[in-house]
Design a protein around this ligand. Structure first.
Ligand code: ZN
Length: 189
């Protein structure tokens, strides 16, 4: 079922989300919720989505990039469900990622992101996994992780970089494609 996406101003987007217990995760209700989260992300063409974006303050997010019309220049990223995740930065380096958010209509802005991270989380079956994520995809994971901490991308952006999606397409997208290529060349994702 496609769920309604919460919009900036809704206090659930500012909550520090709570962990999901093993029993809760195994329940059919929570498994259905994860299916719905994935379906909602796909229907909205998001690169990722986090539980508070559909109104639940739980530490769950999903990342997946495949033939994405919202972010045609982003490298593909396989479907990953992260429950109770932790992110460790593996480099001091940062790059500027031009981000948008399903919960913030018609706004984009540049956010400094770490291009080399380690993600530790439970998958939807409750198995723990660990993955090193790099480059642009690492930025997507950090954006989703921020959601479960109640942080939205404009909190981390220089407001002078804010633009609408049409201004982005008109004035910034060509440069961003080149910037993304540089990040991908260096980090491989
Ligand atoms: Zn977002």
């Amino acid at each position: 079922m496609v769920l309604e996406i919460t919009q900036i101003g809704n206090p659930v987007l500012r909550e520090v989300c709570r962990e999901v217990s093993a029993d809760e995760l195994a329940s059919s209700e929570m498994q259905q919720f994860i299916d719905d989260l994935i379906e909602t992300k796909r229907a909205a063409n998001g690169a990722g989505i986090a539980a508070p974006q559909v109104g639940r303050a739980l530490r769950i997010f999903v990342v997946e990039v495949k033939d994405n019309p919202r972010y045609p220049y982003k490298p593909e990223a396989e479907l990953t469900v992260c429950v109770n995740p932790e992110i460790e930065f593996l480099t001091e380096e940062r790059y500027l990622n031009y981000e948008g958010c399903l919960s913030i209509p018609d706004l984009r802005g540049k956010v400094p992101r770490c291009p080399h991270i380690r993600v530790r989380a439970l998958d939807r079956s409750g198995q723990s996994f660990e993955r090193v994520v790099k480059g642009i995809t690492a930025g997507t994971f950090q954006h989703e992780y921020d959601h479960i901490e109640g942080v939205l991308f404009p909190d981390r952006s220089d407001p002078k970089t804010f633009c609408t999606w049409s201004e982005f397409a008109l004035r910034h997208e060509d440069q961003v494609r080149r910037d993304v290529e540089t990040v991908v060349e260096k980090w491989g994702e």
